[in-house]
Design a protein around this ligand. Structure first.
Ligand SMILES: [Zn+2]
Ligand SMILES: [Zn+2]
Length: 528
C-alpha cells in the first residue's frame, strides 16, 4: 500500500518497522472547548487510516494524546472562574461524546500531559545535558534550534527564513528568536510541578515527544495530525526534540497530514458567528451524515463546508452580500433584524443534507436486502454478478492508494445500483444467482463499511431514526403519523377502503409515504 508522506514530499510504499505491526501517534486536542469541524475531520480521517491498516491485517497501536495543560486552558479557566484541571476533564468528556457519536474509536492509548510530567522532565534534562537546550536565569528552558541541523526539513523552511519572518516580539531570554519553550516557569495560580529548574509546567511541543516515546518507543511508523501542525512548527519542534535527544533516524518514519475545513461564504459565516461545533451539527443531522460527508473528500484535500443562511423570520435564503452591505443586519426581503443566534439555528448545510439522502439510500438498500435474505434458503456457493464480484477488491485498491475514501465510496455506487435493480426486478437474474449476489453485497458492504465506520447500524433502526428526524424538521409528529397508520389499518380491516385511502392521501400530502409489508406498514418522509 502507498500513502503520501509529508517528509518525503511524495507517495511512498509503506512497510512497517516490524512485520504486521504498526505504531501510530496523532496529536490530540487541547481540551478547553467543544470540538469543531476541524477536529471532526482530523480524527475521522485517522480513525479510518487506523481501521484500514487493521483491515490489512496489521496489529496497530494507536496513541492520541490530550493536551490538558496549556495557555489556552489556563486562560479559559480563569475567564469562567474554574480550575484548569476541572475544565480539561470536562472537555475530555465532551470530546469523547462527540467522537463516540461520530463512531471514531478510542485510541489504544490516550495519554494526558498532566500524567506524564515525570517523563517530560527527564526528556528536557536529556536535551539540556546534550546542550540542545538551555535554562534561563528566570527558570524557563528553551530548545536551541540552531543546534539541530535538520530543523525545517518537514515544513521545508530554514531557520533563517523563519527568523526574518518572525513577528514575535524579541525575547531577551532567548539566544535566538526561533528557539521554543520546553519548560515554563510557574506563574501565580497556574498548575505547576517541581523540576530541577524550579516550579513550572511543560511547553506545548515537548509532550508529544515524551508521550510517543513512552508508548511507541524512540522510533515508530507513522505520525499524524492536521496540516496546521506543520505550519505552526509543532511537528518540526517534535522532530527537533526527539532526534535531538535520541539521535538521527529516530522518531517517526512517516508523516501523514490531513487538510483544512474551509467555510464557504466566509462573510455569511462570519455574521453567523464563526465555527459550528460538532454538537450543534449533530443536533440537526445524524452523526453518520457528518462522518460520510467528511469521507467523501480525500483526507489531504481541503473540504468546503457550505453554510447557507436563511432569514429566521421570513425563511428567505440570504445570499452572500459584499462590501459595505455585508454589515447590514436586516433581512433584505422582510426587513427583520438578523440576530446571530436565530440565524445559526436557521442555517442549512447542503453537504450534510446530501449525505443524509445518500445514507438513507444505502440503508434502504440494506434493509430491503435483509428482507429478501430473511426468507427462503441459502443457495450455497457459485458465481455472483458483476460488478458485485469485484466490489471489495476495488475498495481495497482505492484505500491502498493513499487512503482514498472518496474513490472508495464512489466505487461502491455501481454495486448499489445492481442491488437495487435486483430488488426492483427480481426476474433480472436466476433466483439463486440473485440471492447469492445480494448476500455477497450485504457482507461486502458490511466489511468495507467497517473500515469506513459507515452503515454499521441496524438498517431498520437507522431508518426509523432518520424518518423521525425528518418528520420533526417538517413539523410532523411521528406519534401522530403512527396513529394515522393505525386508523388506516383498522379501516382496512373494516373494509372501509375509501376511508383507508383517504388517510393514505392525507399523509402523502404532508410528505409521508406508506409502504405496506408483510403484516406491517412502514412510513417514510418524502419531502414535498
Ligand atoms: Zn503533537
Ligand atoms: Zn426575512
Amino acid at each position: 500500500m502507498q500513502f503520501y508522506d509529508t517528509m518525503a514530499g511524495k507517495k511512498v510504499s509503506f512497510e512497517s518497522l516490524s512485520p504486521n505491526k504498526v505504531g501510530i501517534y496523532v496529536c490530540g486536542p487541547t481540551v478547553y472547548d467543544y470540538c469543531h469541524l476541524g477536529h471532526a475531520r482530523a480524527y475521522v480521517a485517522f480513525d479510518v487510516i487506523v481501521k484500514h491498516l487493521r483491515y490489512l491485517g496489521n496489529e496497530v497501536t494507536y496513541v492520541r494524546n490530550f493536551t490538558d495543560i496549556d495557555d489556552k486552558i489556563i486562560a479559559r479557566a480563569a475567564k469562567v472562574s474554574r480550575k484548569p484541571t476541572e475544565l480539561a476533564d470536562q472537555f475530555i468528556e465532551e470530546f469523547h461524546k462527540d467522537m463516540d457519536a461520530l463512531k471514531v474509536a478510542r485510541a489504544d492509548v490516550e495519554p494526558r500531559v498532566s500524567q506524564h510530567v515525570g517523563p517530560i522532565i527527564l526528556l528536557v534534562q536529556k536535551l539540556i545535558d546534550k546542550e540542545m537546550a538551555y535554562v534561563t536565569p528566570s527558570g524557563n528552558v528553551y530548545y536551541a534550534v540552531r543546534r539541530f541541523a535538520d530543523y525545517g526539513k518537514l515544513s521545508r523552511r530554514n531557520p533563517d527564513d523563519l527568523r526574518s519572518g518572525s513577528r514575535v516580539a524579541a525575547n531577551p531570554e532567548k539566544r535566538d528568536p526561533i528557539d521554543f519553550v520546553l519548560w515554563k516557569k510557574a506563574k501565580p495560580g497556574e498548575p505547576k510541578w517541581e523540576s530541577p529548574w524550579g516550579e513550572g509546567r511543560p511547553g506545548w511541543h515537548i509532550e508529544c515527544s515524551a508521550m510517543s516515546m513512552e508508548y511507541l518507543g524512540t522510533t515508530f511508523d507513522i505520525h499524524g495530525g492536521g496540516k496546521d501542525l506543520v505550519d505552526s512548527m509543532h511537528h518540526e519542534n517534535e522532530i527537533a526534540q526527539s532526534q535531538g535527544a535520541n539521535g538521527p533516524g529516530t522518531f517517526a518514519k512517516h508523516w501523514i497530514h490531513n487538510g483544512f475545513v474551509q467555510f464557504n461564504g466566509e462573510k455569511m459565516s462570519k455574521s453567523l458567528g464563526n465555527f459550528f461545533t460538532i454538537r450543534e451539527l449533530l443536533g440537526r443531522h445524524d452523526p453518520e451524515s457528518l462522518r460520510y460527508f467528511l469521507l467523501t473528500v480525500h483526507y489531504r484535500g481541503p473540504i468546503n463546508f457550505e453554510v447557507e443562511a436563511y432569514c429566521p423570520s421570513c425563511g428567505e435564503r440570504l445570499v452572500e452580500r459584499s462590501g459595505e452591505e455585508a454589515g447590514a443586519e436586516t433581512c433584505p426581503s422582510c426587513g427583520a433584524e438578523l440576530e446571530p443566534d436565530a440565524m445559526r439555528k436557521a442555517a442549512r448545510f447542503s453537504g450534510l443534507e446530501e449525505a443524509d439522502a445518500r445514507l438513507e439510500y444505502v440503508y434502504e438498500t440494506l434493509s430491503r436486502i435483509d428482507e429478501v435474505l430473511a426468507v427462503g434458503k441459502d443457495p450455497g456457493g457459485g458465481a455472483i454478478l458483476s460488478p458485485a464480484d469485484s466490489m471489495e477488491e476495488r475498495f481495497r485498491e482505492a484505500m491502498d492508494n493513499d487512503f482514498n475514501t472518496a474513490a472508495a465510496i464512489a466505487g461502491l455506487s455501481d454495486t448499489l445500483k445492481l442491488a437495487n435493480r435486483l430488488l426492483d426486478v427480481p426476474k433480472e437474474a436466476p433466483k439463486d444467482v440473485r440471492r447469492r449476489t445480494l448476500a455477497a453485497i450485504r457482507q461486502g458492504l458490511d466489511r468495507v463499511g467497517g473500515v469506513l465506520g459507515l452503515w454499521q447500524d441496524d438498517p431498520s433502526e437507522y431508518l426509523v431514526r432518520h424518518n423521525n428526524r425528518l418528520a420533526e424538521k417538517m413539523g410532523l409528529s411521528p406519534a401522530e403519523i403512527e396513529d394515522k397508520i393505525r386508523q388506516r389499518t383498522q379501516a382496512r380491516k373494516n373494509k372501509e377502503f375509501e376511508r383507508a385511502d383517504a388517510i393514505r392521501q392525507e399523509l402523502l400530502r404532508l410528505g409521508v409515504e406508506l409502504r405496506d409489508g408483510a403484516g406491517t406498514t412502514q412510513w417514510r418522509i418524502r419531502p414535498l
